[in-house]
Design a protein around this ligand. Structure first.
Ligand SMILES: Nc1nc2c(ncn2[C@@H]2O[C@H](COP(=O)(O)OP(=O)(O)OP(=O)(O)O)[C@@H](O)[C@H]2O)c(=O)[nH]1
Ligand SMILES: [Mg+2]
Length: 434
């Protein structure tokens, strides 16, 4: 499985998945008000905004990310985003475009279900009025469930025989069968634990009900899902959002308007507004003071554009605090509990190269539970091969099996090769001293 975090956008046709991708990334995926505009998956790079340690260690002016950006300690860490074809009820059995594209999601770490909460499209993505988006939340979950359940159930006989002949623990057997979804053993163990199952587990006595229970639990652990309640710019959305919130108080959900974000980005690039992604407002020429107007590069908008911008400000930004796109990405990364880790070569300067430059250049998002040595291997196979020890920010040694947390996420590795070259240098220096 790839080490970069992948967010998979799912939802019915015309919910706004491709618009969301375009709003969150620099991608220009095709958008259309007809179902199945997207057939092949689109990929883009979105950014997870978090506080960079450069702020705490007073290095903001020197911070130089290799990927993404950092401004005044606000770091944008790249995450991959995948937009697939729309799902319709029955997709796991081949309806709509079938379940081929469900397979595109196998490597996603977290799912973003884009829900059209305006009620203006039915379950197939066709125009209508008064449709209840709660339906979509329910059937889509069931489709993803069926996709995994069917894959497991059709091989259940085989699974039982395997356990009987190898006497392997159930978690190992299940992990192998679910490995196509990039499943680690810890995920299977967690899924079993969450439904109070502990080894030894005899899979031969499981009924289809037991397998359903396990799949439910597995889905929660393997594919945590954020709901992007999209199209909040529509007047019919408000009421539906309240209903969804009261029906699913424990779900993770963010109101969004992909259309508004795309529009604001476009207006910004055309010079009509000043706007920063995630902000709760923008500035037009008319918002400038008389003094600012003399120097501003902002273009003046005509009445039609003024009206559109005002409406968007009222319906989306003032009401919801932002277009929700950046918040939804942040929510997705944090729901999956990924942790940013900064490998450095020098713990004082936080430099990432031998010359003392490239301050906090590298950053990687790793899953919760990642251990120190395991992280070394993710960075480079040689780091693992020649591994000697690792140190945290205060120079304290970190154990190989210590889990990386937000308080030990700046790490320096020393390998046999580095130790050797340090020794050579100090020998040379000693010789010179003689
Ligand atoms: N009002 C409003 N319309 C939106 C929003 N997001 C997307 N749309 C519109 O919804 C329609 C479908 O958008 P797409 O992004 O193509 O939807 P999709 O989910 O990718 O659809 P498929 O590729 O067919 O599965 C387009 O007309 C978009 O302009 C939004 O936030 N508000
Ligand atoms: Mg699309």
């Amino acid at each position: 499985m790839s080490h970069e975090l992948i967010i998979g956008c799912i939802g019915k046709p015309s919910a706004g998945k491709s618009s969301f991708l375009n709003a969150a990334t620099d991608s220009t995926a095709k958008v259309g008000n007809y179902p199945f505009t997207t057939i092949e998956p689109n990929i883009g790079v979105a950014y997870y905004l978090t506080e960079c340690p450069c702020k705490k260690y007073d290095k903001s002016s020197l911070c130089s990310p290799r990927y993404g950006s950092c401004k005044d300690g606000n770091r944008n860490i790249p995450v991959k985003m995948l937009d697939v074809a729309g799902l319709v009820p029955g997709a796991s059995e081949g309806k709509g475009l079938g379940n081929q594209f469900l397979d595109d999601l196998r490597h996603a770490h977290v799912l973003l279900h884009v829900v059209d909460v305006s009620g203006n499209t039915n379950e197939k993505g066709e125009e209508t009025t008064g449709y209840d988006p709660i339906n979509d939340i329910q059937w889509l979950k069931e489709e993803i469930h069926s996709w995994i359940f069917n894959n497991l159930w059709k091989r259940w006989g085989n699974i039982i025989r395997k356990q009987a002949s190898t006497k392997s623990p159930a978690d190992l057997i299940l992990q192998k069968k679910l490995s196509g979804y990039g499943t680690r053993i810890s995920v299977v163990r967690q899924s079993l634990e969450n439904i109070d199952l502990r080894e030894p587990i005899n899979l031969s006595v499981w009924t289809d009900d037991d397998v359903h229970k396990f799949v439910n639990s597995f889905l929660d652990v393997r594919f945590p899902t954020v709901l992007a309640l999209n199209k909040v710019d529509q007047s019919t959305s408000d009421l539906n959002i309240s209903r969804i919130c009261s029906k699913y108080p424990d779900y993770s959900m963010i109101p969004t308007s992909a259309l508004a974000e795309c529009f604001l980005r476009k207006m910004k690039s055309q010079g009509f507004i000043e706007y920063k992604e995630g902000d709760d407002n923008f500035k037009t020429y008319d918002d400038c003071s008389d003094n600012e107007k003399i120097n501003t590069k902002l273009k003046q908008s005509d009445d039609k554009l003024k009206g559109r911008l005002e409406k968007l400000r009222d319906l989306v930004l003032f009401r919801y605090g932002s277009t929700g796109i950046q918040t939804a990405i942040k929510e997705a990364v944090e729901l999956k509990k990924f942790i940013p880790v900064y490998p450095v070569k020098n713990l004082k300067s936080l430099s990432c190269d031998k010359s003392g430059g490239s301050i906090l250049r590298d950053c990687m998002l790793v899953p919760q539970g990642t251990q120190v040595r395991e992280f070394a291997g993710m960075l480079h196979p040689d780091l693992d091969k020649y591994y000697l020890y690792a140190e945290g920010i205060t120079g304290q040694r970190l154990g190989e099996t210590d889990e990386i947390t937000l308080s030990n996420n700046i790490i320096k590795f020393t390998t046999a090769a580095i130790e050797q070259s340090n020794n050579n240098n100090s020998n040379n220096n000693n010789n010179n001293d003689d």
